[in-house]
Design a protein around this ligand. Structure first.
Ligand SMILES: [Zn+2]
Ligand SMILES: [Zn+2]
Length: 124
């Protein structure tokens, strides 16, 4: 099983093999800023299951865990496609929206509920 995540323009491509180790939905402000949406969803894959092609730039931000997060985005269209949580150095996180695949496995957890927009989960 291979799935392809891309930026908006398609230049930055991340091919993931096998099933994600974990899929996590996050309501935190940093994920809201990353996505421009009300929450972010990360699919975690082992590094050896991820193949990255195309140009990218990176941006590091701190996190509440004390370990920074290194986000990688397309230099042309600006979409963040994947990131490296320094707390989990053997993992690559890929934005689930970058797959644009409604059959992608659903999140198994949601975190930072205190930042959840109250309508999330009620409209759909
Ligand atoms: Zn792009
Ligand atoms: Zn978050």
């Amino acid at each position: 099983m291979e799935r392809l995540a891309t930026c908006a323009c398609g230049e930055l491509r991340v091919t993931c093999s096998g099933e994600p180790e974990k899929v996590s939905l996050c309501h935190c402000p940093a994920c809201q800023k990353r996505t421009g949406s009300a929450f972010g969803i990360a699919a975690f894959f082992g590094r050896d299951h991820v193949r990255i092609e195309g140009p990218s730039r990176s941006f590091e931000r701190p996190s509440d865990s004390g370990f920074p997060v290194l986000l990688h985005f397309c230099p042309d269209c600006g979409s963040t496609v994947f990131w490296e949580p320094r707390r989990k150095p053997d993992m690559i996180a890929v934005g689930v929206g970058s797959f644009a695949d409604p059959t992608f496995p659903a999140p198994s957890q949601a975190v930072y509920a205190e930042f959840r927009h109250p309508w999330v989960g009620e409209i759909g």
